[in-house]
Write a protein that binds this ligand. Structure first.
Ligand SMILES: *Cc1c(COP(=O)(O)O)cnc(C)c1O
Length: 418
């Protein structure tokens, strides 16, 4: 269900007018619908039916505490990729036993913290990491629950930067050589094999690559069983795509149904790690038009949000829908490139968009809930935006806009020369 509507020329998120939020909290501002996030998570949960499962929200998509807390209350587990994300999940009330820890570069400190916290599972990405986890677990005398991330060598048919399931990238262990790694793991004193894990990419708009990957992983699970290694869970990662423009990704329910069908009657706990599909379309970025400018044949709308607030267009040439927050019946419609104030030619939010706007008008940049705030930075010494969560007709600030003091925190000058 869409959580955005236009009433009397005003764009609403649920029952709050976006213009009123901009007036009260300024721009740029991220705004999320609590109901939209909940609905997406529950779509996963409900489609699981009788299937033993754990939905581990991928924290990296949007790590704001209020969002983690909302999902924790709905029963979510969490997929983390750093010690910082572990701290966030715990601060937000997430349960340690529902955390899986992914990522190719887990440090000694991060592994120690995760072991002491008692997480559900480490998703191991290399033989060297397995050895390190065994060594740290032994020194702490804690048994480390592990799964190995296999690289099933399927083409996810997505942007090369967000495809991770092909042989020639840095993630996981090649599925053809992983049996020996499992055999080695089973011989280690402080490691307990729990599962098999894969994550083939992001923004996938077809079910087929997921099923391909699952079929290969199930064959591996059979070979492991023959070798006397039993597996409790299958973690298929995240990656389900969303509609940004005209993509037609499968509905969450259809995606889960296809996976459950592929699993058949196997007695495996199914873990998924969705990020984007839970938060992307639950959030928008509000921005104000600072200037309109013509250069040759081109027209630019220079807005107060930039690539430091929303990096995806600059990084992935991502397309995001942009519309006016309030109808402007005075302005003529023109075609604009929507650009930010950052000193980079790549600093754009959208190109060639037809809009009827004047200086001072507000724009709504859609599908900004995932990999928006989470990828934001202070480039050009720009404070990071305020974040607001709307609960039907009430708005809550869930992260204050950064201040000048925040921008310079921890910095100091060199001492005067003697
Ligand atoms: C990024 C990532 C996810 C989440 O991917 P989405 O496309 O946002 O669903 C899940 N698991 C791992 C290991 C990841 O790196």
């Amino acid at each position: 269900m869409s959580h955005f509507s236009r009433r009397d020329g005003q764009l609403y998120i649920d029952n709050v007018a976006l213009a009123s939020l901009a007036a009260e909290h300024g721009t740029p501002a991220y705004v999320y619908s609590k109901t939209a996030i909940s609905e997406q998570f529950l779509a996963y949960q409900n489609a699981m039916g009788e299937q033993n499962h754990l939905i581990c929200y991928a924290v990296k998509a949007n790590c704001s505490l209020a969002i983690l807390n909302l999902l924790a209350k709905l029963g979510a587990g969490f997929d983390i990729v750093s010690g910082g994300e572990l701290e966030r999940v715990l601060a937000a009330g997430g349960q340690a036993q529902k955390i899986v820890f992914s990522g190719v570069g887990k440090s000694h400190e991060e592994i120690t913290l995760a072991l002491q916290t008692g997480i559900h599972c480490f998703n191991i990405e290399s033989l060297a990491e397995l050895e390190r986890i065994q060594q740290i677990a032994q020194s702490l005398d804690i048994i480390a629950p592990i799964s190995i991330r296999v690289n099933p060598d399927v083409d996810a048919g997505t942007h090369p930067y967000i495809s991770t399931g092909l042989k020639e990238n840095k993630f996981g262990i090649d599925i053809d050589s992983v049996l020996a790694v499992y055999q080695h793991a089973s011989s280690l004193s402080h490691v307990m094999i729990k599962g098999v894990d894969c994550h083939i990419g992001s923004q996938l708009t077809e079910v087929a690559p997921f099923i391909d990957a699952m079929d290969r992983v199930l064959l591996l699970i059979d070979r492991l069983a023959e070798a006397g290694i039993s597996i409790e869970h299958l973690d298929l990662g995240g990656g389900l795509g969303v509609r940004y423009q005209d993509e037609q990704p499968p509905a969450i329910g259809d995606y889960i149904r296809a996976i459950r069908q592929g699993l058949g009657t196997r007695d495996l706990c199914l873990i998924l790690e969705p990020g984007r599909s839970i938060v992307a379309n639950a959030g928008v970025l509000l921005s104000k038009v600072e200037y309109l400018k013509a250069a040759g044949d081109k027209r630019f709308a220079i807005v107060d949000a930039a690539m430091n607030d929303m990096l995806r267009p600059a990084l992935y040439q991502a397309w995001l829908d942009i519309e006016t927050v309030s109808d402007n019946t005075q302005a003529s419609t023109d075609v604009y490139d929507i650009v930010g104030p950052v000193c980079e030619t790549g600093d754009f939010l959208g190109k060639q968009r037809s809009l009827a706007i004047d200086e001072g008008d507000l724009l709504c940049i859609h599908s900004a809930g995932a990999y928006g705030m989470a990828m934001s930075s202070n480039y050009n010494s720009r404070p990071r935006a305020v974040e607001i969560m709307v609960d039907n007709n009430v708005a809550h600030v869930i992260r204050a806009r950064e201040t000048k003091a925040d921008l310079m925190r921890g910095e100091s000058l060199l001492p005067d020369p003697r």
